[in-house]
Design a protein around this ligand. Structure first.
Ligand SMILES: [Zn+2]
Length: 254
C-alpha cells in the first residue's frame, strides 16, 4: 500500500518536474499562471491534468484545439514514478527516504533541462545546495568536512577533465555547468562516491557516444554530460556501498 502511495507521489512529482523543465529555462514562475496549452493557451482543467491518465483519455491531444501534447510528459511522469517506487522498494520507509527522493527529483530535472537546452541552471544548483545544507542541519546525513571535501572533489575532477579535454581535443569538451553540478552533488555524496560517480558518468557518456556514432555515422554537435552525471550521482548516493563492494569482489584475487 505504501509502495502504491510512493508511486502516486512519483507521478505527481513527475508532473511537477514537467512544469519545472518547461518553465525554469524560460525564467517563468513555477506556480503562476496555471498550466495552459502552449498552442491555444486554453487553461488546463484539473481533471485534464492527472498524470499519465489524462494523456491516455485525451489520446495525447489538447481538449480544445486538438494540438498534440508532447509524449515526453507522460513518459517523464512514469519514469519518475517507477524510480520513486524502486527507491522505496529497496530502501524502505526510512528517515532518509525524503532525502533520496528529493535528490532523485533534482537529478531528473537537471538531466532533462540539460538534454533540452544544453544548460545546467545555476538557480537549480543553488536551490539543491541550499536544501542540502538546511537538511543536513536538521537531519544530518553527511559530516560537514566530508560534504565540503566532496564539493572540492567534484569540482576539481570535472575541472581537470575539462582542462585535459581542451588540451587533447582543442575544443571545449564540457561546460562549467558540469563543474558546478559535480560540486553540488559532491556535497550530498562525499569524496569517494563523487569521484566514482563522475567516472561512471563519463564511461556511460563514452558508451553513448560510441553507440550514437555507430547508429548515425556522425556525432551530434553537443552531447550533454548532465544526464550521465545525474545517473552516476543517483546510483552512488543510494547504492554507493553496494557498488563499491561489488567492485572490490571483482578485482580482488581469489
Ligand atoms: Zn490547445
Amino acid at each position: 500500500m505504501t509502495g502504491f502511495l510512493v508511486f502516486l507521489l512519483g507521478l505527481a512529482i513527475g508532473s511537477f518536474l514537467n512544469v519545472v523543465v518547461y518553465r525554469l529555462p524560460r525564467s517563468l514562475s513555477l506556480s503562476h499562471p496555471r498550466s495552459a496549452c502552449p498552442h491555444c493557451h486554453a487553461p488546463i482543467a484539473a481533471y485534464d491534468n492527472i498524470p499519465v491518465l489524462s494523456y491516455l483519455l485525451l489520446k495525447g491531444k489538447c481538449r480544445h484545439c486538438r494540438a498534440a501534447i508532447p509524449w515526453q510528459y507522460p513518459v517523464v511522469e512514469l519514469i519518475t514514478a517507477v524510480l520513486f517506487f524502486i527507491v522505496y522498494y529497496d530502501k524502505g520507509l526510512t528517515v532518509r527516504l525524503p532525502l533520496y527522493l528529493l535528490f532523485l527529483a533534482f537529478m531528473i530535472s537537471i538531466a532533462l533541462i540539460d538534454i533540452k537546452t544544453g544548460l545546467i541552471l545555476d538557480r537549480q544548483l543553488m536551490l539543491m545546495l541550499g536544501l542540502g545544507v538546511v537538511l543536513n542541519l536538521l537531519f544530518p546525513f553527511i559530516g560537514w568536512k566530508e560534504a565540503l571535501t566532496g564539493m572540492l572533489a567534484g569540482a576539481g575532477s570535472m575541472y581537470l577533465i575539462a582542462f585535459l579535454g581542451r588540451m587533447m581535443l582543442k575544443k571545449e569538451s564540457l561546460g562549467f555547468g558540469d563543474v558546478k553540478f559535480a560540486a553540488v552533488a559532491g556535497f550530498y555524496l562525499g569524496v569517494l562516491p563523487t569521484l566514482a560517480a563522475a567516472y561512471i558518468g563519463f564511461v556511460l557518456a563514452f558508451v553513448a557516444i560510441l553507440v550514437s556514432k555507430a547508429l548515425h555515422k556522425s556525432l551530434p554537435r553537443h552531447i550533454p554530460l548532465g544526464p550521465f552525471l545525474a545517473g552516476g550521482f543517483f546510483l552512488f548516493l543510494l547504492w554507493g556501498h553496494e557498488i563499491g563492494a561489488l567492485y572490490l569482489s571483482l578485482v580482488q584475487p581469489r
